[in-house]
Design a binder for this molecule. Structure first.
Ligand SMILES: [Zn+2]
Length: 468
């Protein structure tokens, strides 16, 4: 046991000696300069400027408890190296968040109560959108941003009137009142203006209804409407935008023609909002909505695919903030979903190799396999590894009369056993979630905080930077 320890120690010793010898070769003045520069660089990344940011990008990964962030690191690990490589998330972690809702809903929150806490600073009951337990509409950080003259926008992978985006935009006593919430997206005004300059996500059914066509109404008010990803490259930055690319949601990352579609939406919406805002700045809400849905389904393959889309989005934002140091980015989760554990059934093992070559999502594979004659071969092809005989035999009971969820459960049993993934619930849990931030005033979000504190801090930063 002492050998590896000594080896590590001697490695450190060798590294120290080489740094010292390089330093001792350099002229003294240059040496001091280099040291000062290095120290400055360290200070910049560790202690961002105290100045309030001009632009704020709030990213919510729905359902992303801490285990998802760790699992993604193992999922992305290069097995050819001894070290487990870090991910974009590791470099931007600053703290944790307490997620519990108002006392009347206990301690396990839903997405609506948590988003309301983060958008308004008020703890509410599960299901509440933008209002407290007194059911009075509350001002959100998006509303404040609009009042202060900032551009506002949102991009999500669910439909845009789902709990999280809805709680930043409007107020409703129940998250399931989608038609009412969609109506409020159109009807609610601030200073006579629509709430958001750009809205991207899904939601055809909620916006194009028999009783009311909200797409046509937005168009009549000057919005450009787009309904396919390829139109994102040609949006006019001087005109407001409504972009709906699906009905109930965007497809799962594993099924979408664009497996990193949140990244794609982000690459379009950030330059759109940044255009022509020399003085005004912008507030943007992004949501990786389907991490939560993968958690509800206890579906580790989709969970990691959704995390990958989020990671690509965050990598883009890290680069963006490097080039635009007036922008603060905050990432957190509203709660954890599924009680994900990385390792199960008293076996010291978690093996992500079985979910790294998935061709489609489990729900899609489950639906498609019903018409396949060789189900075992089809599932092997879609999973990207060969099923063993016991797994092939477990597919025998599957037939077209079965409940789709029961078919999916059989497939997920195979994956959870192979990877040794544990789940404790198909619902949410009350564990604290991670807090990530970078850019000016990122340090404000360090340490353990309440989800309501996030709204209070954003209100303060918006006022500091923009109140005349
Ligand atoms: Zn959920």
């Amino acid at each position: 046991m002492t050998t590896p320890y000594l080896t590590a120690l001697s490695r450190i010793a060798i590294a120290t000696v080489s740094i010292l010898s390089v330093a001792s070769c350099a002229p003294v003045a240059d040496d001091v300069n280099a040291a000062t520069k290095q120290k400055d660089a360290a200070n910049v990344s560790a202690q961002p400027s105290a100045a309030a940011p001009k632009n704020i990008i709030m990213v919510i990964a729905d359902g992303m408890g801490p285990a998802y962030v760790s699992a993604y690191r193992y999922f992305m690990d290069n097995p050819d190296t001894e070290a487990v490589e870090t991910t974009v998330f590791d470099g931007i972690l600053v703290g944790t968040v307490r997620t519990y809702p108002h006392q009347q809903s206990g301690v396990v929150t839903d997405s609506a109560a948590s988003a309301t806490a983060m958008s308004t600073g008020v703890k509410s009951y599960n299901g509440a959108v933008g209002m407290g337990v007194d059911k009075q509409p509350l001002e959100t950080v998006l509303h404040r941003a609009h009042k202060l003259g900032l551009k506002t926008g949102l991009a999500v992978t669910s439909h845009i009137v789902h709990a999280t985006p809805a709680s930043y935009m409007v107020a409703n006593e129940a998250r399931g009142n989608y038609a009412q919430i969609a109506d409020s997206f159109y009807d609610d005004r601030i200073n006579g203006e629509h709430l958001a300059d750009i809205m991207l996500g899904a939601g055809w059914g909620h916006f194009i209804r028999e009783d009311r066509n909200l797409v046509e109404l937005f168009q009549a008010d000057g919005y450009q409407y787009i309904d396919s990803y390829d139109q994102l490259s040609s949006i006019d930055p001087s005109v407001p935008v409504l972009g709906l690319f699906g009905d109930g949601s965007l497809p799962w990352a594993l099924d979408d023609i664009d497996p990193t579609r949140l990244h794609t939406l982000t690459k379009a919406i950030v330059p759109y909002l940044a255009a022509d805002t020399q003085d005004s700045g912008y507030f943007l809400l992004l949501e990786a909505s389907q991490v939560d849905w993968a958690g509800h389904g206890n579906d580790i393959a989709s969970a990691m695919a959704e995390m990958h889309d989020l990671a690509k989005t965050m990598e883009y934002l890290v680069d963006y903030v490097e080039a635009h140091p007036d922008t603060l980015v905050i990432l957190t989760a509203d709660h954890s979903t599924g009680g994900l554990t990385i390792g199960a059934v008293s076996d010291y093992r978690w093996d992500a190799s079985y979910i790294q070559n998935f061709k489609k999502s489990v729900p899609t594979i489950a639906a498609n396999m019903l018409t396949e004659t060789d189900k075992g071969q089809y599932v092997s092809d879609m999973f990207g590894f060969a099923l063993n005989q016991q797994e092939i035999d477990s597919l025998d009971v599957i037939n077209a009369d079965m409940n789709p969820r029961a078919v999916q459960a059989i497939l997920k049993d195979i994956i959870n056993t192979r990877t040794n993934t544990g789940w404790t619930t198909s619902g949410h849990t009350a564990v604290d979630v991670d807090m990530f931030a970078f850019g000016p005033s990122a340090q404000v979000f360090a340490g353990n905080q309440n989800n309501t504190d996030i709204a209070e801090k954003i209100f303060t930063l918006l006022d500091q930077a923009h109140k005349k």
